[in-house]
Design a protein. Structure first.
Length: 550
């Protein structure tokens, strides 16, 4: 037989002595005497675990040892289940169970349980529990509390994980609640036994028996989770003395606890999440506030830049225009909210108090796609930007400003004709400006500059004169004088004018009234010169008179 099949520790039934087999059978001469007493039934060796009789055997090397009898019932110490090392650990555990401290604790626990309310069927180290596989366990103390079965296992020495798991899994499978009575357990310790027990506990509650009082009490050390001011977790150990009625029972894990660490952890996680959301919201608000302050300072500096540039004799807004193009949507919103050009009628104020030298300022304001301006807005007296421009005697280059306004989508109305007639002293100027403003209503912004070119204006007056059969924008009293002047001074536009003449039958009329042939001679001379026509005017012409294009 090998040593692996032997029992390391046993109890002598007749004396209650616990022996270590390697020491007890060390003297071979005494072994034969022991063997004789054994076979006379004067000495009986019992297993510390299953309490069944052990057999005394001798190896071929004349060594004596103990082992379970053939066909004996299940026992944790049977040779097939444990290694040598595990047998040694189990033997040490079982030996410790017979120590004075262990015996005192299990008896004291049992005695006080018998005196406790709602406790029944108390068993002290004499009650085996079996499972369906034929395995059995004998707890130190067993009892029923209300409708729950509870076993107490006392821990005085180091326990192997196999031993711990064996009891944990066995009792859990049976639906029995296991309470480890940890007499010398350190919750912050790092021994293998301490770590193995802690890893099995879901609720992080550990119990020590209060043997100094006259009623059943347990000292419970439990872990609590807290959140610090930085919303971070930290754990703290607390302890309290409790009676049985303070215990809670976890049906899923079959675990006894006082403080619900799992529930507390979940609650703290929920609180941490809510706190985190609040912190994120606060950080978001602070960030938004800082961003708002940054934008406010940026807009303030930008407006100061406009004011500074406006005071200069030769203003240059190119730097500010470039800066404005890099503004974010939020920055543009705040800028326009600060300016409130439309709501506060700032355009009228600037124009009323403006000068010729403010042209670049108005160009910057009106040409920017980022500044909100309604150029067709009227004041409370129904006066529009036309009215303010023509009333300001400090602005001399009014057509220059008009061109800028029409580029910004100004719409010319009939009532504005009265303003022009009141402002311009000469009838031909009145007609010219009214015509150009009328045409501006139908001219895209990109052609407005060409429309306001002086020669373009004059040519358009001639074309419109042909269609309306009335001289517009010139002081000439007769058609012949007008066209002799035009073909001489605007030869590069004659192609466009000639189309209007032919379309309106004005060319035939000229031939009739040209008694001396003056116009005909000028026309022949023009053709002979092969004048190159103005192509820049072509886009404007095609847009205004598509019917004359071929």
């Amino acid at each position: 037989m090998t040593i692996e099949r032997s029992i390391q520790s046993a109890v002598i039934k007749e004396t209650g002595q616990i022996i270590q087999s390697d020491i007890y059978f060390e003297n071979k001469q005494e072994c034969y005497a022991i063997r004789t007493e054994y076979n006379r039934d004067n000495i009986t060796f019992l297993c510390l675990s299953c309490e069944k009789k052990l057999g005394l055997y001798k190896s071929i090397k004349q060594n004596f040892y103990l082992k379970h009898l053939p066909n004996s019932d299940y026992c944790e110490l049977k040779e097939e289940t444990l290694s040598i090392k595990e047998q040694e650990i189990y033997s040490h555990i079982l030996t410790a169970k017979e120590s004075p401290r262990h015996i005192f604790l299990k008896n004291r626990i049992g005695e006080l349980l018998k005196l406790s309310k709602d406790v029944s069927n108390v068993k002290i180290d004499d009650y085996f529990i079996f499972n369906n596989q034929g395995e059995k366990r004998k707890p130190d103390v067993y009892c029923k509390y209300l409708n729950k079965e509870i076993v107490f296992e006392i821990q005085l020495s180091n326990l192997s994980q196999r031993y711990i798991l064996g009891r944990h899994d066995f009792y859990k499978e049976k639906g029995i609640y296991l309470i480890w009575v940890l007499d010398n357990f350190d919750v912050e310790g790092r021994t293998t036994t301490e770590l193995d027990i802690k890893h099995l506990s879901q609720h992080q509650n550990y119990f020590r028996f209060k043997d100094s009082v006259n009623d059943f009490q347990l000292n419970c050390k439990f872990k609590q989770t807290h959140l610090n001011t930085q919303n971070q977790f930290y754990d703290e150990w607390n302890e309290v003395n409790i009676t049985l009625n303070k215990l809670q029972f976890d049906e899923n894990y079959k675990e006894v606890y006082f403080y619900n660490f799992l529930k507390s952890k979940v609650e703290k996680l929920a609180i941490q999440k809510r706190n985190e959301l609040k912190i994120q919201e606060q950080n978001k608000k602070r960030k938004a506030q800082k961003e708002q302050e940054r934008i406010i300072y940026k807009i303030h500096d930008f407006l100061e830049g406009i004011a500074s540039e406006k005071e200069k004799y030769l203003s240059d807004y190119s730097r500010l225009d470039k800066q404005l193009s890099s503004f974010s949507d939020d920055e543009l919103d705040l800028l326009n909210n600060r300016l409130k050009i439309n709501d506060k009628e700032r355009l009228f104020f600037w124009l009323k108090n403006g000068k010729d030298s403010d042209y670049e300022f108005f160009k910057f304001i009106l040409s920017s796609p980022y500044i909100n301006v309604d150029i067709n807005k009227e004041d409370k007296y129904s006066n529009n930007i036309f009215w303010y421009l023509l009333k300001n005697e400090s602005i001399y280059s009014k057509e220059r400003f008009l061109k800028l306004f029409f580029k910004s989508s100004l719409k010319f109305e009939e009532k504005d004709e009265v303003l022009i007639k009141n402002h311009y002293n000469f009838y031909d100027d009145q007609e010219r400006i009214i015509l150009i403003c009328q045409l501006a209503n139908y001219t895209p912004n990109w052609l407005i500059s060409e429309l306001f070119e002086f020669k373009s204006q004059r040519v358009l007056c001639v074309i419109e004169s042909c269609f309306k059969n009335k001289i517009i924008g010139f002081k000439f009293k007769g058609w012949l004088a007008l066209f002799n002047y035009i073909i001489h001074h605007y030869p590069e536009y004659w192609d466009y004018i000639e189309r209007a003449l032919k379309s309106s039958d004005m060319l035939d009329k000229l031939k009739v009234i040209d008694k001396k042939g003056t116009f005909q001679n000028k026309l022949k001379e023009h053709y002979n010169n092969q004048t190159e026509y103005n192509r820049d005017f072509n886009h404007l012409f095609q847009h205004l008179y598509p019917e004359l294009c071929y």
